[in-house]
Design a protein around this ligand. Structure first.
Ligand code: ZN
Ligand code: ZN
Length: 384
């Protein structure tokens, strides 16, 4: 089985597993579940009777150096962080449903983050930006916990609740924040640079604050919660500060909460040509997109090989090629997609009959992806 088909099959297993979980379980998603804050927060959450299901997300494995700053044991070194934390959570409560994702939050389909509260324990600015956007799209409150070690000893918790005029993470960002994001994206060392090496006790402090705030949100105590506010505990000077934030009218994020409908067909059933019937759009300009992803529409190799949009090896989401890069069938070299081969959306009118018969799964869509359809100035969202 090729890697894409295997990935899709795995996702199907995951979807089946989700389906077997009784509906309506009170769920908390922890992003960065194994780190300086995350490793302390998971046991707190596992002990909360309000939570019935935990979704743990973290791509990393434990290293020797983590023993100093994270709540782990020597036997955990070398193991996947989410596996270790899932085992601990289950050891605390046998009836707790625990789902793990050993990958970055950006690789999880939007619907996979559906829950009651998201708790983010991340040191990466771009990952926090992704969580902010995903939480807003789904209309889910999220908690952002952070620490600053070194000469300062600061533990911080912010709560964001998608609502009319409510502030988001990016509302407080300056141009410098965005510049930093771009620079660090470019050198891909952000996670190392941002690593604070904070003491375990400081991570534990931020984790306790985040867990208390999570309990508050789960019991519906929004007015008493930190929604739109930040609490900053200065452990060196024994003081704390509570700051309120406002919606920034110049915020770069659009703050749209999407009204997402369940797709009546799975990714394996739904063909491109049937999307217009499904969403009852008749416009000539019907287009399909997936936020944060681009489509490869054709491929060319310097040796002269070229593939058309009818070629199933090529057309599809670029993420299909991340794990199994496309190699040129003529010269065997990896094919690099130029900017002119990529687009943000697929316009149905540009597709041949052959291409229009392709299923969404064959384009790289997976269960729980939320795609949007636009036509005649209207837009609708569907979750696979
Ligand atoms: Zn904002
Ligand atoms: Zn070639």
């Amino acid at each position: 089985m090729d890697p894409i088909a295997a990935a899709i099959a795995n996702q199907d297993d995951e979807a089946t597993r989700h389906a077997s979980v009784p509906r309506g379980l009170r769920t908390v998603v922890v992003v960065g579940a194994g780190g300086n804050i995350g490793s302390h927060v998971v046991p707190h959450l596992a002990r909360m009777p309000e939570i019935e299901r935990l979704v743990l997300i973290d791509p990393d494995r434990y290293e020797e150096k983590n023993l100093r700053s994270q709540d782990i044991h020597t036997r955990d070194v070398g193991q996947s962080k989410v596996r270790v934390q899932a085992r601990r959570a289950r050891a605390i409560r046998r009836d707790l449903h625990v789902v793990t994702h050993a990958c970055a939050v950006e690789s999880i389909p939007l619907g996979g983050l559906r829950c009651d509260v998201i708790v983010a324990c991340l040191d990466s600015r771009s990952a926090r930006q992704s969580v902010n956007q995903m939480a807003w799209r789904l209309g889910i409150p999220w908690i952002d916990a952070g620490v600053t070690g070194g000469s300062e000893l600061l533990a911080r918790v912010n709560t964001y609740s998608p609502a009319f005029e409510a502030p988001c993470l990016e509302c407080a960002w300056s141009n410098d924040d965005y510049r930093l994001l771009e620079v660090k994206h470019a050198c891909e060392t952000e996670r190392k640079v941002a690593s604070t090496n904070a003491p375990a006790a400081l991570g534990g402090l931020a984790a306790s604050l985040a867990a208390l705030e999570c309990a508050r949100l789960l019991t519906g105590d929004i007015s008493g919660s930190l929604a739109g506010r930040q609490i900053l505990l200065d452990a060196r000077h024994h003081t704390h500060f509570v700051t309120s934030f406002r919606r920034n009218p110049r915020c770069r994020f659009d703050h749209h909460v999407w009204p997402i409908a369940p797709s009546p067909h799975s990714a394996k059933q739904l063909r491109l040509r049937d999307v217009s019937t499904m969403c009852e759009f008749t416009g000539e300009d019907l287009a399909i997109s997936l936020e944060g992803e681009r489509f490869a529409m054709r491929a060319r190799c310097p040796c002269g090989w070229a593939a058309s949009p009818d070629d199933p090896r090529v057309v599809g989401l670029v993420r299909r090629f991340a794990e199994s890069p496309l190699t040129c069938p003529q010269c065997g070299k990896p094919v690099v997609f130029g900017g002119w081969d990529l687009c943000e959306r697929i316009h149905l009118k540009h597709l041949s009959n052959v291409a229009a018969r392709r299923t969404l799964a064959s384009l790289g869509f997976v269960p729980r992806d939320v795609f949007s359809v636009t036509a005649g100035g209207c837009r609708r969202w569907f979750e696979l």
